[in-house]
Structures are given as structure tokens and as C-alpha cells.
Write a protein that binds this ligand. Structure first.
Ligand SMILES: Cc1cc2nc3c(=O)[nH]c(=O)nc-3n(C[C@H](O)[C@H](O)[C@H](O)COP(=O)(O)O)c2cc1C
Length: 251
């Protein structure tokens, strides 16, 4: 593969939050996991476990845990967002709480990690909780990203669903899926054919993210620049979520 093809793949992998109901061939799921298991992991620990869910009833059970029906605007998400720093506060719409459409995705893959593998990490990190955890989590993040890239090559769309890892959801999902005690959730991806096209991505300009040899004063963003980007990217992300919830949105 040449660089241009790789860059194209990196750009084409985008989050889509609403899917066509069409099923995905089983072979695609196998291919996605085949690619993902080649991801780099700390000390080649390969801590990953993939739980593939296609069964409608089981997907509904997952959704019941992750997004139980609530009166509009009543979830913790909006309430907590209302408490963020005033400079980045936005007036939120109820759709962010109640109308996530990824339940229609034909396949969910939940990625778990086997915590017992951490003992195989080098001794220099083993007794440092931060390093041990960061190597373990980075390994899981790598395999997760490989799944997303592989899905993209197959013409599939994906949504990263991190709310599965909140304490209650984690506990309830382990119980639902008979996950052993030693195995912990990382995140979930919803996969399917896209129901709409993603918007152009809001990108941070490359200039100030590269530091040649040393961090220079001129290439270190000011507080104002960081805040400005945060405000713009939060608005962009919220607008994307709205697109995911808007069933009229096709293009
Ligand atoms: C660690 C991580 C967690 C994420 N969690 C969620 C999530 O829970 N729900 C969601 O819709 N998107 C989630 N995303 C997707 C990001 O919002 C998305 O990647 C970002 O807005 C950039 O858009 P793009 O994926 O289209 O490039 C997550 C991404 C990452 C890297």
C-alpha cells in the first residue's frame, strides 16, 4: 500500500451515527477482527476479547442498559453539560440524550480486555499503576482503531460508543453477556452501512502541532487559541450528533 492510499483510508474513516438496516456479511466481521488482531500491543500481550452481537433481542438488551428510555432531556448527559465552564456552554437539544440511532446498526462489537495479561508486561511497568494501565489501554485502543479502519475498507460505517464503559453500564453489560470477572470492557463499535454522508471534518491546523526539535514559544498555542478550538470543535461534534439523529438527513 502506498502513502496516498493510506491517507485516503485515514480520511475516509469517519464516525457515522445512523445506519441502514441491511445486514453485514459474516465474512466482513471476520475480516475486521482478523485485521484488528494484528494491532501492536504492549509486550505483545494481545489483551483483547471481541464480543460480536447480531441478535436483535440482545442488541435491544444492550441498548436498554446503555440508553434506557428517558423523558426528553432528562439524562445525566445534558444536565452535566449544563454545568461545564460558562465559556464553552451550549444550549443543548434533547436529541443528544434520547435519539441516538445506532441501535439500528446490524452489528455491535464490544471490545473487552483480559486484565490477567497485565502480569506479562515488563517488570519496570508492572508496579506502576499508571504505566501498566496506559500500556494496557493503548493496546486496546490500537485494536479498536484497526477495526474501524478495516470496516472502512469494506465500505462500512462505524460509531464509537464509549458510554458502555461507565460504571453502571460496565457492570450491567458484564452481567448480560456473561463476561468473566477478570475481563473488563474497553468500548463498543456499532457497524453497518451508512444512512447518510459525513460532513467535512473540522481539523486543527497543522502548523502549531509540530515542534521541530524543541517546543518554541511561537508554536505553542495560547490559552485563547485552545479555547477557540474547543468551542468550535464542540459545536461541530454536537452538529454531527444531530445529523445522526435526523432521519431526514441523507446527504
Ligand atoms: C476515545 C473515543 C471515544 C469516543 N466516544 C464516542 C461516543 O461515545 N459516541 C460517539 O458518537 N462518538 C464517539 N467518539 C467519536 C468522536 O466523537 C469522533 O471520532 C470525533 O468527533 C471525530 O469525528 P470523526 O470520527 O468523524 O473523524 C469517540 C472517539 C474516541 C477516540
Amino acid at each position: 500500500m502506498d502513502y496516498d492510499s493510506f491517507l485516503e483510508l485515514a480520511k475516509n474513516r469517519r464516525s457515522i451515527r445512523r445506519f441502514k438496516p441491511d445486514p453485514i456479511p459474516d465474512e466482513y466481521v471476520d475480516k475486521i477482527i482478523e485485521a484488528a488482531r494484528w494491532a501492536p500491543s504492549g509486550f505483545n500481550s494481545q489483551p483483547w476479547e471481541f464480543v460480536v452481537i447480531k441478535d436483535k433481542k440482545l442488541k435491544d438488551d444492550v441498548m436498554q442498559i446503555v440508553r434506557p428510555p428517558r423523558p426528553a432531556g432528562a439524562s445525566g448527559f445534558s444536565k452535566m453539560e449544563d454545568m461545564c465552564e460558562p465559556w464553552m456552554r451550549r444550549k443543548l437539544q434533547p436529541w443528544l440524550d434520547t435519539e441516538m440511532e445506532y441501535q439500528n446498526a446490524p452489528v455491535f462489537i464490544l471490545l473487552f480486555g483480559d486484565t490477567r495479561t497485565q502480569v506479562g508486561l515488563p517488570m519496570v511497568v508492572r508496579y506502576d499503576p499508571y504505566l501498566r494501565q496506559s500500556i494496557y489501554i493503548s493496546s486496546l485502543a490500537n485494536t479498536f482503531l484497526y477495526m474501524l479502519l478495516a470496516a472502512t475498507t469494506l465500505g462500512l460505517a462505524s460509531q464509537w460508543v464509549s458510554v458502555v464503559a461507565s460504571p453502571y453500564n460496565h457492570c450491567a453489560l458484564k452481567n448480560l453477556l456473561h463476561i468473566p470477572t477478570e475481563v473488563d470492557i474497553y468500548d463498543m463499535v456499532a457497524l453497518g452501512y451508512p444512512a447518510y454522508k459525513s460532513r467535512p471534518k473540522l481539523m486543527r491546523p497543522v502548523g502549531k502541532m509540530i515542534h521541530r526539535d524543541y517546543f518554541g514559544e511561537e508554536d505553542f498555542r495560547t490559552d485563547e487559541e485552545v479555547r477557540d478550538f474547543i468551542k468550535r470543535t464542540r459545536a461541530w461534534v454536537f452538529a454531527n450528533h444531530r445529523r445522526g439523529a435526523d432521519k431526514n438527513m441523507l446527504g
